[in-house]
Design a protein around this ligand. Structure first.
Ligand code: NAD
Length: 322
C-alpha cells in the first residue's frame, strides 16, 4: 500500500515508518523539521520537509495514497503543553487540512493520534483514580489547550466519517516513551527527562536530581513498540471510535526514578532528590483501562516499564556519550 505518515521526523512517526517499510509498504514521510533534525530517516521511504498546516501541502502529499497516519502535531511534555496552549491548538490546522485533503484525494483510511490528555481533569485529581475508560472523556474537561485540540480533532474524525465516508481511526496514546525521541530542550516527557537527569547527575558527580511536583503523582507509560503495534492493529480493524493505546502498569514519578536507577545498576542511596512544587506536574493520577482495547483488538500493551526504560536509557546514554 501507499501510505502517508505525517510527523515522520518525530519520535512515534519515525518508528512507524520503520515498521511499515518492514511490512513492505510504499511510504511517503513528511515533517516540517529540517532533515538533520529528524530522529530517523529511511532511504526506502520518500521523505519530504513540508508544513502540513497548509492545505496545498496536505493536498500534494495525500495524492494516490490509500492510508494516512497523522502524527504531526506541535507538542511536548507537560512543561511544553502547559506553557504553549495556543501553539498546541494551532495543530487543528494540520488535522483539518489533512482530513479535507484525504476526502478530496479518496484516501480510504485516516488515523489520528489523540491523547490521554482528552480525559476529563476532574476524573484524575486524586491518587486513587480508576483507570480511564474511553467514555470518561465526557462530559468534556480536557487538558487546556492541547487536550481540547485533540478532543475537537477526534470529533472531526467522527463527523468526516459519518458525512463524507472516509474511514477514521482514533488512538488515545498514554505517555509513549522509547529510543529515538526527545530527551532535552524543553519538549521532552518524563521518562526521557528522568534518564537524562540521572545520567547528568552521575556524570557531574553531584547525584542531585530535582523532580517536578511531590513525585507522588501516578502515571502509566507505554513502550514505543507497543504503541506502534497497537496503532497498526487499530488501522487494520473496523473500529472507528476512540480507543486507548496505553499501558495499565501504574507507577509514581518517585518510583519511576528509583526504577531507572535500579535497572541500570546505579547506587540509589547516593542520589539526593529535591522536589519543585511550583513546576508543571499535570493531573494527579492517570492510567489506561484496556477493556475496550482487549475486546476490539484482542490485544493490549505488554512491555513492562523496567524492560522499556532500559532500552530508552541505553539510547540516551549513548547520545550523551555516557
Ligand atoms: P514528536 O514531537 O516527536 O513528533 C511530532 C512531529 O510532528 C514533529 O517531528 C514535528 O516536527 C512534526 N510537525 C509539527 N508541526 C508540523 C507541521 N505543521 N507540518 C508537518 N509536521 C509537523 O511527537 P511524538 O511523541 O512522536 O507524537 C506523535 C503524535 O502522537 C502527536 O500527534 C502527539 O500529540 C501524539 N501523542 C504522543 C504522545 C507521547 O507520549 N509521545 C502521547 C499522546 C499523544
Amino acid at each position: 500500500m501507499r501510505i502517508l505518515v505525517t510527523g515522520a521526523g518525530g519520535f512515534i512517526g519515525g518508528h512507524l515508518v520503520d515498521k511499515l517499510i518492514l511490512e513492505g509498504h510504499e511510504i511517503i514521510a513528511v515533517d516540517n523539521k529540517p532533515f538533520e533534525n529528524w530522529y530517523q530517516r529511511f532511504d526506502q521511504s520518500q521523505n519530504f520537509v513540508a508544513d502540513l498546516k497548509l492545505i496545498e501541502n496536505a493536498m500534494k502529499y495525500s495524492v494516490g495514497v490509500e492510508q494516512v497516519y497523522n502524527l504531526a502535531a506541535d507538542m511536548g511534555g507537560m512543561g511544553f503543553i502547559e506553557n504553549n496552549k495556543a501553539k498546541c491548538m494551532e495543530s487543528i490546522l494540520i488535522n483539518t487540512h489533512l482530513l479535507q485533503a484525504s476526502v478530496k484525494n479518496n484516501v480510504e483510511k485516516f488515523f489520528f493520534s489523540s491523547s490521554a490528555c482528552v480525559y476529563a481533569s476532574f476524573r484524575q485529581d486524586s491518587l486513587d483514580i480508576a483507570p480511564l475508560k474511553e467514555s470518561d472523556a465526557y462530559p468534556a474537561d480536557p487538558e487546556d489547550g492541547y487536550g481540547w485540540e485533540k478532543l475537537f480533532s477526534e470529533r472531526m474524525c467522527r463527523h468526516f466519517q459519518e458525512d463524507y465516508g472516509i474511514k477514521t481511526y482514533v488512538a488515545r496514546y498514554h505517555n509513549v516513551y522509547g529510543p529515538n525521541g526527545t530527551y532535552a530542550g524543553g519538549r521532552e516527557k518524563v521518562p526521557a527527562a528522568a534518564c537524562r537527569k540521572i545520567i547528568e547527575a552521575v556524570k557531574s558527580g553531584s547525584y542531585e536530581i530535582e523532580i517536578w511536583g511531590d513525585g507522588r503523582q501516578l502515571r502509566s507509560f507505554t513502550y514505543i513498540s507497543d504503541c506502534i503495534e497497537g496503532s497498526i492493529k487499530l488501522m487494520n480493524s473496523n473500529f472507528s471510535n476512540p480507543i486507548n493505546i496505553g499501558s495499565s502498569e501504574m507507577i509514581s514519578i518517585n518510583d519511576l526514578y528509583k526504577s531507572i536507577i535500579e535497572v541500570n545498576g546505579l547506587p540509589f542511596e547516593k542520589f539526593k532528590f529535591s522536589h519543585d512544587l511550583s513546576a508543571p506536574q499535570g493531573v494527579r493520577g492517570r492510567s489506561s483501562n484496556n477493556d475496550l482495547c482487549l475486546q476490539t483488538l484482542g490485544w493490549e500493551p505488554t512491555i513492562s516499564f523496567a524492560t522499556g526504560i532500559k532500552e530508552t536509557f541505553d539510547w540516551i546514554a549513548k547520545e550523551l556519550n555516557y
